[in-house]
Each structure stands twice: as structure tokens, then as C-alpha cells.
Design a protein around this ligand. Structure first.
Ligand code: ADP
Ligand code: MG
Length: 195
């Protein structure tokens, strides 16, 4: 979470630029503000278990981010946190299952399907890569590559969900901001957990 917050700060302008092209330009500031708030909350309410950390982050995102991404990332982390309640340690199978539950939450909440040009297009292939992997390092490597590919694959798509869908065909040839932040989420998870 520390590294994801740092990544959202580092990539804030890039995410703003992507969201300016096909949305309202707030995705970078939304994610940066939400993750700052999340770290603040974790600082004042230290959590003993992984599930508690994730749920605290979820609540911070939901309460501090007004855009679509707040409730959607909030749901991702809340569902992951629910899957990992009471756990101080998590093995690969539990980790992949928690991501699956989180992404199912995002799908249920946002009703986006693969190919709709949303964060789901980066999250879903990454989770599939985690599920198919034999060990943590290859799982993380596979997930990062899959998320990156999913992110790039949003470029030619026409958006069918969220603000970008209002543009219709004009949403084509732009990378989806939410898929991009989701790639950074897996990238930072891999950096934090590898080795
Ligand atoms: P807003 O669109 O309200 O300004 P953000 O700019 O923070 O919120 O987030 C935009 C991102 O949210 C999009 O790039 C897309 O990836 C994601 N998104 C929007 N609507 C949905 C949805 N229904 N399901 C999944 N992801 C969505
Ligand atoms: Mg926006």
C-alpha cells in the first residue's frame, strides 16, 4: 500500500493526462488523494491482519474519492480484505483467490465486461495469470505482464462503461486511465512481494 500510494503520486500527471483525453481529467488526482488518505488511516489505525489493512484502504478510498474509481477500487480492496480476514500470512493460493474475489466485486459493481475499456481489462488477465502460476515470483511476473498487455490492449477499444463511453467512437486510440492505474497496482505488488 505504501508503494502503491507512492506510485499513484509518481504517475498522477500521466493518469490525469489519460483521463483528460477520454474523461474529466481527475483519475490521477483521485487515486493520489485516495491513497494518501488510505496511508493516513493506516497510520492512525494500525492493522494486525492483511484483511484489516485492505478493508481500511477500501474505506478510505470510498470516503475520499468521488469519481467512479473510488467505489470501484474500494470494492476491489474490500472484497480482497473480506477474503483475507484474520490472516497474518497469505499463501499463493489464498492470494490469487483474494484477487479473484476482488475483481468479481469490481465486475458486479461496475457491470463492465472484458473489452469494455475499463480497469477490468487489466485486472482480469492479471488475476488469471496469478491463478495459473506455480510459485509466487512467476505468479507476480505473469500478473504484471498480463496487466500491462491488458492495459495496452485498451488503446484500440471503444469504451462501453464509465465517462469515456459518452465519447463513443472518439474514445478509440486512447489508453484507459483505470486500466493504467490497475497495471501500476500489480507492478507495485510485484515489487513489494517478489524475492
Ligand atoms: P470518473 O470516471 O468518475 O471521473 P475516474 O476518472 O477516477 O472516475 O476513473 C475512471 C476509470 O474508472 C476509467 O478509466 C475506467 O477504467 C474505470 N471505470 C469507469 N466506469 C467503470 C465501470 N463501470 N466498471 C469498471 N471500471 C470503470
Ligand atoms: Mg475521471
Amino acid at each position: 500500500m505504501n508503494q502503491f500510494a507512492a506510485s499513484m503520486q509518481e504517475h498522477r500527471e500521466e493518469l490525469v493526462r489519460l483521463d483528460t483525453a477520454i474523461g474529466d481529467g481527475d483519475h490521477g488526482t483521485n487515486m493520489d488523494r485516495g491513497m494518501r488518505k488510505a496511508l493516513e488511516q493506516l497510520g492512525t489505525q494500525p492493522q494486525a491482519d492483511v484483511g484489516g489493512v485492505l478493508k481500511t484502504v477500501a474505506m478510505a478510498l470510498v470516503s475520499s474519492v468521488g469519481g467512479a474509481a473510488g467505489p470501484l477500487y474500494g470494492t476491489l480492496f474490500l472484497q480482497m480484505g473480506t477474503a483475507l480476514t484474520g490472516k497474518a500470512e497469505v499463501d499463493l493460493e489464498e492470494y490469487a483467490a483474494a484477487w479473484r474475489k476482488g475483481v468479481q466485486g469490481v465486475e458486479a459493481r461496475g457491470k463492465a465486461e472484458p473489452g469494455d475499456k475499463t480497469m477490468v481489462d487489466a485486472l482480469l488477465p492479471a488475476v488469471e495469470a496469478l491463478e495459473g502460476a506455480a510459485d509466487l515470483d512467476s505468479a507476480l511476473q505473469g500478473a504484471v505482464s498480463a496487466a500491462e498487455q491488458g492495459m495496452r490492449d485498451t488503446i484500440p477499444l471503444v469504451a462501453r462503461k464509465g465517462r469515456a463511453s459518452y465519447l463513443g467512437d472518439r474514445s478509440r486510440d486512447h489508453q484507459d486511465p483505470g486500466a493504467t492505474s490497475s497495471y501500476y497496482l500489480f507492478q507495485t505488488a510485484a515489487e513489494a512481494l517478489a524475492g
